[in-house]
Design a protein around this ligand. Structure first.
Ligand code: 1PR
Length: 620
């Protein structure tokens, strides 16, 4: 191939760079990986995506010779081994650690074509506040700091936001007022000292730097490998052919509410991997054959939803709790194929836990998650295992650091810096946002708030599959309390109707696909998983699942008010109005639906159009 179609990529192999690779290939370019510093100096154009431990490398270099240095290296080795699964990655990292920084500085100082992404932008600054100050490359004046979640803005900043263009930056010319995808907890701020670099800003509580440009050196805080971001990549890769446009000024920038399409995936009785959909988690048809409901093929449907404007696509491997996902290779294939053509964030969940296979080979949850990331996932979601971890934590008040949630959010999340590898922002940026906890609660009656040790709330809507006894509505399904209470409840309800007494509900999360009730409330679970490192919560509701009667507003309000990480509302969407309702009445950051999209009852475009009409910020 001619060198004109080759892009040099500086990648540690440690994180989810696959989507950047896919985007570059999609645009018709080949990728050459940096193996030695010479590869940097010889590059025609260099892309440095925002994952990996480069900033930590700088930190390590400053500590050469100390005992701390040795300790950190040992930990780094472990980290590489787990994440890369090979010595190749390890050797690459050693090279990177020692000499890449210099080559990279020379390359940038010589004004060679460079595109930094996310962390690749932050590293150009002087330092990071986190556990610091920690020195960066120092090419741009300024300090990288954490978003402040106190003023009501959820951290991490996840989702689609538009830009305020500060100066002509050619590569942003096609963005116009479209939203671009951000996912980060740290940001650099514009100031008089770095004014000459800043090409756009974005507002999330504060105005922060969304992109910089000087000569041929570009960097963006957002992800150009996602959706309209591809135009940025395209312009960077081929600046000459595209001509210059007058950049459109984005309107006042605001984080868009996300609409997510969810695909529950499992193998049917014939052995085909299908998208299915439950009715309160029961995915079998109510026919004699009792077949698994089949609503289509995962890769095709995901591609369709991307075209229709989904802001994210989630895959839930719903039998992952019993079938080991790394044995379930079709799911990994689904991810690989989907990520080649779908340029919105992909989440995958199901079966992320420690596992010993039939041959006695042990896999850690981290290995399972890493395999999902390597196959194209941008985020992973943990269900059952997070419940076990939370129960253990509530019981012992000790963070063992060993649960899948803690381990994965350490390696792909924020705390890694503090207590595992190094104290730099590098690994923070990989993915504090990469670990979603999926909560599957079901309503259970109690008579009053003091009847159980968990948080209860008064609900405004009765349950779905109710039935009537003596003219009073009671809930048929209850997983947590004995029938006696149900009968009591009936009595209370009668009194209520007569005396105006209202009563409370409790949300009990379920594990193993909703089959087993646990003694923990959804509220407690949400609080604890936030503490244990979750970057986002996917909040389902078994009662509402597949019913099409709307989201469980009470539950979503309870949880989204309780935590400061983003909450995805799920279960029950049946009409466009349900989406505006959940965004107006709760602090959900995103709304997820499955059935209405699969059955083509409501297209994603109509949901977006409706939200826009209602004055809710969405990505169009
Ligand atoms: O416990 O880590 O293996 O994760 C299992 C994952 O699989 C969890 O995220 C759990 O929610 C999910 N899951 C397990 N069993 C089922 C099932 O349906 N039998 N599906 C299941 C969860 C619920 C939502 C659904 C929304 C929207 N599905 O994902 O898409 O409720 O549906 P709707 O719009 O049609 O109402 P682990």
């Amino acid at each position: 191939s001619s060198s004109g179609s080759v892009v040099t990529l500086l990648d540690y192999g440690a994180g989810n760079v696959r989507s950047v690779r896919n985007a570059i290939r999609y645009l018709g370019y080949e990728i050459e990986d940096v193996r030695t510093p010479k590869d940097i100096l010889n590059a025609d154009r260099l892309i440095f995506p925002g994952v990996g431990a480069f900033a930590s490398a700088m930190d390590v270099l400053t500590k050469t010779g100390s005992a701390e240095f040795v300790r950190q290296y040992l930990l780094l080795f472990q980290f590489c081994w787990i994440c890369c699964g090979s010595y190749k990655g390890l050797i690459l990292i050693i090279i990177l650690e020692f000499v890449m920084a210099e080559a990279l500085c020379t390359y940038i100082e010589n004004d060679r074509p460079f595109l930094g992404i996310c962390l690749g932008l932050q590293l150009l600054f002087e330092s990071s506040e986190e556990n610091g100050p920690v020195t960066g490359l120092g090419l741009i004046p300024g300090v990288v700091g954490r978003f402040n979640s106190l003023n009501g803005f959820r951290v991490p900043h996840i989702g689609w936001n538009d830009l305020q263009i500060a100066k002509d930056s050619e590569i942003l010319d096609d963005i116009g007022d479209h939203h671009v995808y951000f996912v980060h907890s740290y940001r650099a701020m514009p100031s008089n000292n770095n004014k000459e670099w800043v090409s756009s800003t974005c507002n999330y509580g504060d105005d922060f730097i969304a992109s910089i440009r000087r000569g041929n050196v570009h960097a963006v805080q957002f992800h150009p490998e996602k959706n309209v971001g591809l135009s940025v990549l395209r312009r960077f890769l081929n600046p000459k052919s595209q001509g210059s446009k007058k950049p459109t000024q984005g309107k006042a920038s605001k984080l868009a509410k996300r609409v997510i399409a969810c695909l529950d995936v499992r193998t049917n009785d014939k052995g085909d991997l299908v998208v299915t959909k439950g009715d309160q988690y029961d995915v079998r048809e109510q026919t004699e054959e009792n077949e698994v409901r089949n609503l289509g093929k995962p890769v095709e449907l995901a591609g369709q939803y991307y075209k229709d404007g989904a802001d994210e696509v989630s895959f839930l491997n719903i039998t992952g709790f019993r079938d080991f996902p790394l044995g379930d290779l079709p799911m990994l294939q689904v991810l690989r194929h989907t990520s080649e053509n779908v340029f919105v964030p992909l989440t995958v969940g199901g079966g992320i836990r420690d596992f010993t296979d039939a041959n006695g080979r042990y896999y850690s949850s981290l290995e399972v998650a890493s395999e999902y990331f390597r196959s194209g996932a941008d985020k992973i979601s943990i269900g059952s295992d997070a419940v076990y971890a939370a129960e253990e934590y509530i019981k012992t008040k000790v963070k063992t650091g060993k649960s899948s949630l803690e381990l994965i959010s350490k390696v792909y999340g924020n705390q890694v810096i503090a207590d595992l590898v190094f104290d730099v922002l590098a690994l923070t940026q990989i993915c504090i946002h990469a670990v979603v906890v999926s909560i599957d609660p079901r309503r259970v009656y109690v008579q009053g708030p003091n009847d159980v040790q968990f948080k209860t709330i008064r609900v405004s809507k009765p349950g779905n599959k109710d039935f009537t006894v003596f003219g009073f509505t009671i809930v048929r399904e209850f997983a947590f309390f004995p029938l006696k209470i149900l009968l009591c409840e009936q009595k209370v309800q009668m009194e209520k109707n007569m005396l105006g007494i209202s009563f409370k509900w409790l949300y009990v999360p379920k594990v193993n696909g909703g089959r087993e009730g646990r003694s923990i409330g959804a509220y407690e679970l949400a609080k604890v998983v936030e503490e244990l490192g979750a970057g986002e919560i996917l909040l389902n509701c078994i009662d509402c699942d597949g019913q099409g009667k709307g989201f469980d507003i009470d539950l979503i309000k309870l949880i989204s008010d309780a935590v400061s990480i983003p909450v995805i509302a799920s279960s029950g969407a049946g009409a466009v109005e349900h989406f505006s309702e959940v965004f107006m009445k709760t602090n959900a950051s995103a709304a997820l639906a499955a059935g209405i999209f699969h059955r083509k009852e409501v297209p994603i475009q109509s949901v977006k159009a409706h939200l826009l009409k209602e004055g809710i910020e969405v990505r169009i």
